[in-house]
Design a protein around this ligand. Structure first.
Ligand code: SF4
Length: 709
């Protein structure tokens, strides 16, 4: 048995995983008699013993002075200007349940909304989705993964028949001949993953990176294509144009295993390299070189294999789903998916970004990646839940649309939020913050007073990763165990216990079974397995016993698509797509393209990492990266304070002059709140299929606030 919990005297040691990103690095936690927790990296396929700075320092949050350890309510109910004051669990849960019941009675079930997160364990995500549909009977549930993985998911489902980020183990990258990495800065977002790219290059493999910035990952590349933000799809179409013209396609694979290529071939004819250069700014010679490398390493030419990997850079656009289709088309035309050391994958970001999108916290989804509109899926899940099938609501609003409807006459008036901080992480955050203020009731479960929790009427203190059991599903689709090493701080409770407590107070006892919301994670996981049985993401054969014995278990095949695709006819589908303009073009007033992203030492909205001293020291405050010629035109120097403005708001940050930046593009990390909040600037233009907002491109200008001496 690989992964166990051991005790020695008063010391306990557990094998678990990092609380942050989807790499889910293996780590060993040791808690001494004072519950002080030490961390060591441990051997696990994705990290092979390495951790990044976030992982090493994760235990600092457990006893952080800003940790919330008792429930908080407003001193004067309904007055958010009054202080948040401690109360008992019974008082807090009674108050929340009473107000949710009142809201439901007065305005109907959809007046209560639920918002989840891609960092919640599988058990919590499942229980939250069930809680919304069974205990609240609301259709109004979505989660922050909509802002992260939805375009990749939509394209994967449509083209390949399934959405598993990497349908192969990450370590397969070590064996391949070339990796085309689209819009992912692995070297900062999940540094231990870089060792697999380095191993690939040491064996003679080639790394091609597409990114508007020369990131740390791009600096490792053999070839860096640096397009205008939002033009990645034109690059995919241009690459396929060159491969078609050069007869480098895997014709037998296309014939035997796919449909729809003829329309795609016709479309890419008009994306000749010089035209693509005009659209993207990427020199045609670079595009030709990239195509030649991909062709040479493709299986049909006897190469060692090619992986095409997509990240948020290409996906977080109003046309993100089409962009992912463009790169899947490229992979299919080269015959990659299902071949050794080859394939197409997307790099999931949040800790449980994969499992979090499989078990029912999405507006249109039931557990097991089932559609909430599918009568057979509804029947199956209703049977597991012990409720009438007609009592399960239909689909609700997507994440931004849900947030944007809060407190409006037709929208929800109460919101229960777990594992998310939309005041910082949602697009057009000024607008979202106004909507949160308009609610009659905001209830937030968190372990620190995030910017969103600070607006709440009731704050419920939740456990952290080292205090709870559960499962996560990493970026490869490998289900893994999270294990508690110490008891919760203060009166903090698991979200499972919070949902249990609320359900007991909300329900009449007739509408759903009395034991519908267990607090034990293993019991919830067993039910999740039954609910997911037969679905696209089927966990029914995974048990805690297997997870302990095997140190993680893939749902579905470890390597997918080797024989067929999980589509009705077993074939993958090409999709005809065209490059589209971004939602907002630059003009005289807003002449620059703003793009946003992440840094190594901070994580997502920063609610956790901005409270860890070593991470604050490494990345203390917001900045805006720009080419020196932009700075010169604006009379700025390195470290000048600038105001970045868009049509939605402004944010102040320190100027960083970077000669490798494009002259038309500026970059801001999105981890900070307040005056430096990058999402005050971003645009909520949504992808028509995935409802993904366009975080990666909008029109901006910069003005000097204080020029550095
Ligand atoms: Fe944690 Fe991700 Fe860093 Fe690994 S790479 S230590 S999972 S934050």
């Amino acid at each position: 048995m690989h992964s166990t919990r051991t005790t020695s005297g008063l010391t306990m040691t557990v094998a678990t995983h990092c609380p942050y990103c989807a790499l889910q690095c293996g780590m060993t936690l040791t808690a001494d008699e004072r519950s002080s927790v030490g961390i060591e990296g441990r051997e696990f396929p994705t990290n092979r013993g390495s951790l990044c700075q976030k992982g090493w320092t994760a235990a600092e949050l457990l006893d952080n002075p800003e940790r919330i350890t008792v429930p908080l309510v407003r001193e004067r109910q309904g007055d958010r200007s009054s202080a948040l004051v401690p109360t008992s669990w019974d008082a807090a849960l009674d108050a929340v349940a009473a107000r949710l019941r009142e809201t439901r009675q007065a305005h109907g079930p959809d007046a209560v909304a639920v918002f989840g997160g891609g960092g919640l364990t599988n058990e919590k995500a499942y229980a939250l989705g069930k809680f919304a549909r069974v205990a609240l009977r609301t259709s109004q549930i979505d989660y922050n993964g909509r802002f992260c993985m939805s375009s990749a998911a939509a394209a994967g489902n449509a083209a390949l028949g399934i959405d598993r980020g990497l349908p192969f183990p990450l370590t397969d990258l070590r064996e391949t001949g070339a990796v085309l990495l689209v819009g992912s800065n692995l070297a900062e977002t999940m540094p231990p993953a870089v060792q697999h790219l380095v191993a690939m290059r040491e064996r003679g493999g080639l790394l091609i990176v597409i990114d508007p910035r020369q990131t740390r990952t791009a600096q490792l590349a053999d070839l860096h294509l640096q397009p205008v933000p939002g033009t990645d799809l034109a690059l995919a179409l241009g690459l396929l144009h060159i491969l078609c013209a050069g007869a480098h396609l895997d014709v037998d694979y296309i014939e035997a295993r796919t449909t729809g290529f003829a329309e795609v071939r016709a479309t890419v004819q008009s994306y000749w390299p010089e035209r693509v250069e005009r659209i993207t700014g990427v020199p045609s010679a670079q595009l030709r070189r990239a195509a030649a490398w991909l062709a040479a390493e493709s299986p049909v030419r006897g190469g060692r294999g090619v992986f095409v990997l997509s990240g948020r850079g290409g996906e977080q656009h109003a046309s993100g789903t089409d962009t992912v289709h463009g790169f899947i088309n490229l992979a299919l035309a080269l015959g990659l998916p299902g071949r050794p050391a080859s394939g197409f994958g997307t790099l999931t970001g949040q800790g449980n970004g994969q499992g979090g999108r499989e078990h029912g916290q999405k507006a249109d989804q039931l557990p097991g990646y089932r559609s909430i509109n599918d009568p057979r899926a509804r029947e199956h899940v209703a049977g597991v839940w012990g409720v009438p099938v007609d009592s399960i609501p239909g689909p609700g609003r997507s994440a931004f649309e849900l947030l944007d409807a809060l407190g409006t006459p037709a929208g929800p008036r109460a919101l229960l939020l777990m594992g998310s901080n939309p005041v910082v992480s949602a697009p057009d955050a000024n607008r979202v913050t106004k909507r949160l203020h308009a609610l009659d009731l905001l209830v937030v479960s968190d372990f620190v007073l995030s910017e969103t929790a600070a607006l709440a009427d009731v704050v419920l203190p939740s456990t952290q990763w080292a205090e709870e059991d559960g499962t996560m599903t990493n970026l490869e689709g490998r289900v893994i165990r999270r294990r508690a090493v110490r008891t919760p701080a203060g009166a903090a409770r698991s979200d499972l216990a919070i949902l249990n407590g609320l359900a007991a107070r909300l329900g009449s006892g007739v509408d759903f079974p009395a034991d519908a919301f267990p607090t034990d994670a293993e019991t919830v996981f067993a039910e999740l397995g039954r609910a997911s049985a037969g679905g696209r993401a089927d966990y029914s054969r995974i048990t805690y016993g297997r997870l302990d014995a095997e140190d993680g278990v893939f749902w579905g095949d470890e390597r997918m698509f080797t024989e067929r695709f999980p589509t009705p006819d077993g074939r993958a589908r090409f999709h005809r797509v065209e490059q589209a303009a971004t939602a907002e073009d630059v003009d005289d007033e807003y002449p620059l393209i703003l793009t946003t992203g992440r840094l190594l030492a901070q994580y997502q909205s920063g609610a956790q990492t901005r409270r860890v001293a070593a991470l604050v020291e490494a990345a203390a405050s917001p900045f805006v990266e720009m080419h020196p010629s932009i700075a010169e035109a604006c009379g700025l120097l390195e470290n000048s304070t600038v105001r970045v403005s868009t049509r939605r708001g402004s944010a102040d940050a320190v100027a960083r002059l970077t000669a490798t930046m494009r002259v038309d593009t500026i970059f801001m990390p999105f981890h900070w709140a307040g005056a430096g909040r990058a999402n005050s600037l971003t645009i909520a233009a949504l992808d028509p299929t995935s409802r993904m907002p366009e975080f990666k491109a909008c029109a901006a200008r910069i003005d000097a606030v204080e020029v550095a001496a």
